[in-house]
Design a protein around this ligand. Structure first.
Ligand code: SAM
Length: 275
Protein backbone atom coordinates (compact mmCIF):
# COMPACT_ATOMS: atom_id res chain seq x y z
CA UNK A 1 0.00 0.00 0.00
CA UNK A 2 1.29 3.46 -0.87
CA UNK A 3 -1.04 6.22 0.26
CA UNK A 4 -0.85 9.28 2.45
CA UNK A 5 -2.79 10.51 5.47
CA UNK A 6 -3.04 14.28 5.66
CA UNK A 7 -4.14 16.22 8.73
CA UNK A 8 -5.13 19.80 8.07
CA UNK A 9 -3.47 21.12 11.24
CA UNK A 10 -4.69 24.67 10.70
CA UNK A 11 -6.79 25.86 7.79
CA UNK A 12 -3.54 26.83 6.02
CA UNK A 13 -1.12 24.08 7.09
CA UNK A 14 -1.02 20.29 6.77
CA UNK A 15 1.00 17.33 8.03
CA UNK A 16 1.18 14.32 5.71
CA UNK A 17 2.64 10.91 6.36
CA UNK A 18 2.88 7.74 4.34
CA UNK A 19 0.39 5.04 5.35
CA UNK A 20 1.37 1.39 5.02
CA UNK A 21 -1.93 -0.06 6.29
CA UNK A 22 -5.42 1.08 7.24
CA UNK A 23 -6.03 -1.01 10.36
CA UNK A 24 -9.49 0.29 11.25
CA UNK A 25 -12.09 2.86 10.18
CA UNK A 26 -15.56 3.48 11.63
CA UNK A 27 -18.09 6.19 12.29
CA UNK A 28 -18.95 6.20 16.00
CA UNK A 29 -21.91 8.17 17.44
CA UNK A 30 -19.40 10.97 18.21
CA UNK A 31 -16.72 10.99 15.52
CA UNK A 32 -14.88 9.32 12.63
CA UNK A 33 -12.37 6.93 14.18
CA UNK A 34 -9.37 5.50 12.32
CA UNK A 35 -6.19 3.62 13.11
CA UNK A 36 -3.44 3.78 10.49
CA UNK A 37 -0.01 2.24 10.35
CA UNK A 38 2.34 4.98 9.16
CA UNK A 39 6.04 5.08 8.27
CA UNK A 40 7.14 8.04 10.45
CA UNK A 41 4.92 7.51 13.50
CA UNK A 42 3.99 3.81 13.51
CA UNK A 43 0.38 3.06 14.47
CA UNK A 44 -1.67 6.21 14.86
CA UNK A 45 -5.12 6.92 16.36
CA UNK A 46 -7.03 9.51 14.34
CA UNK A 47 -10.38 11.13 15.25
CA UNK A 48 -12.17 13.30 12.67
CA UNK A 49 -8.91 13.35 10.65
CA UNK A 50 -6.96 14.76 13.62
CA UNK A 51 -4.01 12.80 15.06
CA UNK A 52 -4.64 11.87 18.71
CA UNK A 53 -1.69 9.69 19.58
CA UNK A 54 1.06 7.73 17.83
CA UNK A 55 3.30 4.86 18.88
CA UNK A 56 6.46 6.88 18.20
CA UNK A 57 5.80 10.03 20.28
CA UNK A 58 2.91 9.16 22.65
CA UNK A 59 5.23 8.75 25.65
CA UNK A 60 6.08 12.46 25.68
CA UNK A 61 2.47 13.58 25.92
CA UNK A 62 1.33 10.90 28.36
CA UNK A 63 4.30 11.21 30.72
CA UNK A 64 4.09 14.99 30.75
CA UNK A 65 0.33 15.23 31.29
CA UNK A 66 0.54 12.76 34.22
CA UNK A 67 3.80 12.93 36.14
CA UNK A 68 4.04 16.71 36.48
CA UNK A 69 0.75 16.81 38.38
CA UNK A 70 1.09 13.50 40.26
CA UNK A 71 4.60 14.36 41.44
CA UNK A 72 3.36 17.77 42.59
CA UNK A 73 0.56 16.44 44.82
CA UNK A 74 2.08 14.63 47.85
CA UNK A 75 -0.76 12.07 48.18
CA UNK A 76 -2.76 11.61 44.94
CA UNK A 77 -5.05 8.78 46.08
CA UNK A 78 -7.97 9.38 43.69
CA UNK A 79 -7.22 10.51 40.13
CA UNK A 80 -9.79 11.39 37.46
CA UNK A 81 -8.91 11.32 33.75
CA UNK A 82 -11.37 13.02 31.38
CA UNK A 83 -11.11 11.92 27.72
CA UNK A 84 -7.98 9.82 27.25
CA UNK A 85 -9.81 6.81 25.79
CA UNK A 86 -6.58 5.50 24.26
CA UNK A 87 -5.46 4.62 27.81
CA UNK A 88 -1.99 6.20 27.64
CA UNK A 89 -2.67 8.64 30.46
CA UNK A 90 -4.04 5.85 32.68
CA UNK A 91 -0.94 3.73 31.90
CA UNK A 92 1.20 6.51 33.41
CA UNK A 93 -1.17 7.16 36.35
CA UNK A 94 -1.00 3.53 37.52
CA UNK A 95 2.81 3.78 37.75
CA UNK A 96 2.16 5.76 40.96
CA UNK A 97 1.82 3.33 43.85
CA UNK A 98 0.01 5.84 46.08
CA UNK A 99 -2.93 6.00 43.61
CA UNK A 100 -5.70 3.89 45.14
CA UNK A 101 -8.29 4.46 42.42
CA UNK A 102 -8.25 6.13 39.02
CA UNK A 103 -11.41 6.85 37.03
CA UNK A 104 -11.43 7.26 33.25
CA UNK A 105 -14.42 9.19 31.89
CA UNK A 106 -14.40 8.93 28.10
CA UNK A 107 -17.43 9.99 26.07
CA UNK A 108 -16.84 7.53 23.22
CA UNK A 109 -16.56 3.87 24.23
CA UNK A 110 -15.45 2.93 20.71
CA UNK A 111 -12.15 4.81 21.23
CA UNK A 112 -11.40 2.58 24.23
CA UNK A 113 -12.23 -0.58 22.26
CA UNK A 114 -10.11 0.45 19.26
CA UNK A 115 -7.17 1.27 21.54
CA UNK A 116 -7.45 -2.08 23.32
CA UNK A 117 -7.33 -3.88 19.96
CA UNK A 118 -4.85 -1.85 17.90
CA UNK A 119 -2.74 0.06 20.47
CA UNK A 120 -2.04 -2.46 23.28
CA UNK A 121 1.23 -0.73 24.25
CA UNK A 122 -0.77 2.42 25.02
CA UNK A 123 -3.97 0.91 26.45
CA UNK A 124 -2.28 -1.74 28.63
CA UNK A 125 -2.81 0.18 31.89
CA UNK A 126 -6.61 -0.10 31.54
CA UNK A 127 -6.48 -3.64 32.97
CA UNK A 128 -4.99 -2.43 36.29
CA UNK A 129 -7.45 -3.34 39.12
CA UNK A 130 -7.40 0.26 40.41
CA UNK A 131 -8.94 1.54 37.14
CA UNK A 132 -12.65 2.35 36.84
CA UNK A 133 -13.91 3.05 33.31
CA UNK A 134 -17.02 5.19 32.79
CA UNK A 135 -18.35 5.92 29.31
CA UNK A 136 -19.94 9.35 29.81
CA UNK A 137 -19.52 13.05 29.20
CA UNK A 138 -16.72 14.42 31.40
CA UNK A 139 -18.62 17.69 31.80
CA UNK A 140 -21.60 16.06 33.53
CA UNK A 141 -19.30 13.76 35.54
CA UNK A 142 -17.54 16.70 37.24
CA UNK A 143 -20.88 18.44 37.84
CA UNK A 144 -22.08 15.38 39.80
CA UNK A 145 -18.91 14.68 41.83
CA UNK A 146 -17.81 17.13 44.53
CA UNK A 147 -14.67 17.01 46.68
CA UNK A 148 -13.87 13.62 45.12
CA UNK A 149 -10.38 13.73 43.53
CA UNK A 150 -6.90 14.91 44.51
CA UNK A 151 -5.89 15.22 40.83
CA UNK A 152 -7.93 15.68 37.63
CA UNK A 153 -6.30 15.27 34.21
CA UNK A 154 -8.09 16.58 31.11
CA UNK A 155 -6.79 14.56 28.17
CA UNK A 156 -9.16 15.90 25.56
CA UNK A 157 -9.47 16.33 21.84
CA UNK A 158 -9.16 19.84 20.39
CA UNK A 159 -11.82 22.37 21.49
CA UNK A 160 -14.40 21.35 18.90
CA UNK A 161 -17.50 19.14 19.09
CA UNK A 162 -17.95 17.26 22.40
CA UNK A 163 -14.72 18.74 23.79
CA UNK A 164 -15.69 22.43 23.41
CA UNK A 165 -17.09 22.62 26.95
CA UNK A 166 -13.86 21.16 28.35
CA UNK A 167 -12.13 24.49 27.63
CA UNK A 168 -14.70 26.79 29.27
CA UNK A 169 -14.68 28.73 32.57
CA UNK A 170 -17.84 27.00 33.88
CA UNK A 171 -16.08 23.65 33.48
CA UNK A 172 -12.97 24.85 35.36
CA UNK A 173 -15.24 26.02 38.19
CA UNK A 174 -16.80 22.54 38.36
CA UNK A 175 -13.31 21.01 38.26
CA UNK A 176 -12.37 23.13 41.30
CA UNK A 177 -15.44 21.80 43.14
CA UNK A 178 -14.75 18.19 42.12
CA UNK A 179 -11.26 18.48 43.62
CA UNK A 180 -10.40 18.09 47.30
CA UNK A 181 -9.37 21.23 49.18
CA UNK A 182 -5.71 20.67 48.28
CA UNK A 183 -6.41 19.31 44.77
CA UNK A 184 -4.94 20.27 41.42
CA UNK A 185 -5.73 19.71 37.75
CA UNK A 186 -3.95 19.77 34.42
CA UNK A 187 -5.28 20.10 30.88
CA UNK A 188 -3.69 19.86 27.46
CA UNK A 189 -4.04 23.36 26.02
CA UNK A 190 -2.79 23.19 22.42
CA UNK A 191 -0.07 24.96 20.46
CA UNK A 192 1.60 28.22 21.57
CA UNK A 193 2.10 29.08 17.88
CA UNK A 194 -1.40 28.42 16.57
CA UNK A 195 -3.76 28.64 19.59
CA UNK A 196 -2.52 31.75 21.43
CA UNK A 197 -5.94 33.25 22.10
CA UNK A 198 -7.17 29.97 23.61
CA UNK A 199 -4.09 29.59 25.85
CA UNK A 200 -4.32 33.22 27.03
CA UNK A 201 -8.03 32.84 27.85
CA UNK A 202 -7.67 29.47 29.60
CA UNK A 203 -4.78 30.77 31.70
CA UNK A 204 -6.72 33.85 32.73
CA UNK A 205 -9.80 31.81 33.67
CA UNK A 206 -7.81 29.21 35.61
CA UNK A 207 -5.93 31.99 37.46
CA UNK A 208 -9.28 33.53 38.46
CA UNK A 209 -10.48 30.24 39.99
CA UNK A 210 -7.26 28.68 41.39
CA UNK A 211 -4.66 30.29 43.70
CA UNK A 212 -1.97 28.96 41.37
CA UNK A 213 -2.02 28.74 37.55
CA UNK A 214 1.03 27.54 35.63
CA UNK A 215 1.78 26.84 31.98
CA UNK A 216 4.36 24.27 30.89
CA UNK A 217 5.69 22.81 27.64
CA UNK A 218 6.65 19.55 25.95
CA UNK A 219 7.74 18.62 22.42
CA UNK A 220 5.30 16.39 20.54
CA UNK A 221 6.18 16.13 16.84
CA UNK A 222 2.83 14.77 15.60
CA UNK A 223 0.91 17.78 17.01
CA UNK A 224 0.69 21.11 15.14
CA UNK A 225 3.96 23.00 15.47
CA UNK A 226 5.54 20.32 17.68
CA UNK A 227 5.67 22.50 20.79
CA UNK A 228 2.67 21.83 23.08
CA UNK A 229 1.25 23.52 26.20
CA UNK A 230 -0.34 22.17 29.35
CA UNK A 231 -2.14 24.36 31.89
CA UNK A 232 -2.11 23.41 35.56
CA UNK A 233 -4.40 24.88 38.21
CA UNK A 234 -3.67 24.15 41.88
CA UNK A 235 -5.35 25.01 45.17
CA UNK A 236 -2.25 24.49 47.29
CA UNK A 237 0.80 22.72 45.87
CA UNK A 238 3.22 24.43 43.51
CA UNK A 239 4.57 22.23 40.68
CA UNK A 240 7.89 24.05 40.97
CA UNK A 241 8.37 22.21 44.30
CA UNK A 242 8.37 18.59 43.12
CA UNK A 243 8.32 15.47 45.28
CA UNK A 244 11.70 13.85 44.56
CA UNK A 245 10.87 10.65 46.45
CA UNK A 246 8.11 9.71 43.98
CA UNK A 247 10.21 10.69 41.00
CA UNK A 248 12.95 8.22 41.78
CA UNK A 249 10.63 5.21 41.37
CA UNK A 250 9.15 6.12 37.98
CA UNK A 251 10.08 4.27 34.81
CA UNK A 252 9.94 6.97 32.11
CA UNK A 253 11.50 7.91 28.77
CA UNK A 254 10.95 11.70 28.69
CA UNK A 255 9.98 12.82 32.17
CA UNK A 256 12.64 13.41 34.82
CA UNK A 257 13.19 15.87 37.66
CA UNK A 258 15.25 18.06 35.33
CA UNK A 259 12.61 17.92 32.57
CA UNK A 260 9.88 18.71 35.13
CA UNK A 261 11.69 21.89 36.17
CA UNK A 262 12.72 22.85 32.63
CA UNK A 263 9.16 22.48 31.34
CA UNK A 264 8.13 25.56 33.34
CA UNK A 265 10.91 27.71 31.86
CA UNK A 266 8.92 29.46 29.16
CA UNK A 267 10.25 31.21 26.07
CA UNK A 268 9.28 34.89 26.23
CA UNK A 269 6.51 34.63 23.63
CA UNK A 270 4.90 31.77 25.61
CA UNK A 271 5.34 33.50 28.97
CA UNK A 272 3.53 36.50 27.49
CA UNK A 273 0.42 34.33 27.12
CA UNK A 274 0.21 34.02 30.92
CA UNK A 275 0.32 37.78 31.66
N1 SAM B 1 -3.81 13.20 23.35
C1 SAM B 1 -4.86 13.62 22.52
C2 SAM B 1 -4.73 14.99 21.98
O1 SAM B 1 -4.20 15.90 22.66
O2 SAM B 1 -5.13 15.20 20.82
C3 SAM B 1 -6.19 13.36 23.11
C4 SAM B 1 -6.41 11.88 23.13
S1 SAM B 1 -7.87 11.19 23.73
C5 SAM B 1 -8.16 10.06 22.41
C6 SAM B 1 -9.14 12.41 23.58
C7 SAM B 1 -10.51 11.84 23.91
O3 SAM B 1 -11.34 12.84 24.47
C8 SAM B 1 -11.28 11.29 22.70
O4 SAM B 1 -11.30 9.89 22.75
C9 SAM B 1 -12.68 11.90 22.84
O5 SAM B 1 -13.71 10.99 22.57
C10 SAM B 1 -12.66 12.36 24.30
N2 SAM B 1 -13.62 13.42 24.62
C11 SAM B 1 -13.93 14.52 23.89
N3 SAM B 1 -14.88 15.25 24.53
C12 SAM B 1 -15.15 14.60 25.69
C13 SAM B 1 -16.04 14.86 26.78
N4 SAM B 1 -16.84 15.93 26.79
N5 SAM B 1 -16.06 13.98 27.82
C14 SAM B 1 -15.25 12.88 27.83
N6 SAM B 1 -14.40 12.59 26.81
C15 SAM B 1 -14.35 13.43 25.76
Amino acid sequence: MNSWFTELQTKDMALSCRVTEILHQEKTPYQELAVYNTVPFGRMLVLDDIIQTTIVDEFVYHEMIVHVSLCTHPAPRRVLVIGGGDGGTIREVVKHQEVEKTTLVEIDGRVIEAARKFLPEISCGLTDPRVEIIVDDGISHVEKNKNAYEVIIIDSTDPIGAATGLFEAAFYQNIAEALTEDGLFVAQTESPFFNRDLIRRVNREVAEIFPLARLYLANIPSYPGGLWTFTLGSKKYDPLKVNKRILASLNTKYYSLEVHKAAFTLPLFVAALTK
